[in-house]
Design a protein around this ligand. Sequence first.
Ligand SMILES: Nc1ncnc2c1ncn2[C@@H]1O[C@H](COP(=O)(O)OP(=O)(O)O)[C@@H](O)[C@H]1O
Ligand SMILES: [Mg+2]
Length: 236
Amino acid sequence: MSLLRIENLEARYGAFKALHGISLDIEPGQISVILGANGAGKTTTLRAISGIMERSGSILFDGARIDGYTARQVVAAGIAHVPQGRGTFTDLTVDENLRLGAYLRSGKQVVEDRERWLEFFPRLRERLQQQAGSLSGGEQQMLAIARALMLRPRLLLLDEPSLGLAPVVTQSLFKTLAAIRAATSMTMLIVEQNANLALEIGDRGLVLESGNIVLQESAERLAKNDEIRRIYLGYE
Ligand SMILES: Nc1ncnc2c1ncn2[C@@H]1O[C@H](COP(=O)(O)OP(=O)(O)O)[C@@H](O)[C@H]1O
Ligand SMILES: [Mg+2]
């Protein structure tokens, strides 16, 4: 069974329809990648799933309808969203940010979870007492992801994790995401402009164009298809 099944999802900003009834399935344990040009509706798709904005259509998560849920209820159901631009609390320390991620739990569990995720992000361990705002861009992205993982999600939504990062930092971040999936079978839905790297760690690719899904394909086949890359992803 799909972990997430979306049917005919629509979302609008005022009179402007940003999603024209998209349908997609996310299988458990898979990394799915949403690709598409600027303005295609990638961020809107994640916001609609998360309940941050009005939407219509059907969203089934683990068999339950969640399209009527508030953003808080979506998180409680097990979906964590790392927004574009990260959204760490820059005045708080790394440790405080991580503990906030676990606000639904307390005590020993929090420490155990923190240890677990710090294994994947050793740079954060070295900087636990440092203010989040003093971290590099890559470290802040790691912190945002680790904080989302502290929610113990069953689905992790990542909006352009590579935005503003140097290629070598992006590469290491994607390696870490692949390692997390390998170790935990965490299901991920990643929005990326950096198609090459994302398709390397992804199982499936979905291409959005003007609020429509125009292609759903295995990541391997998508990565090899030059024509599709040229037409939809702007690669020469
Ligand atoms: N707050 C907003 N108000 C009005 N239009 C918006 C808003 N946010 C996004 N849009 C429009 O919705 C469309 C999809 O945007 P978005 O989902 O952010 O695209 P992407 O993440 O793929 O770059 C674009 O045409 C964008 O201009
Ligand atoms: Mg976006």
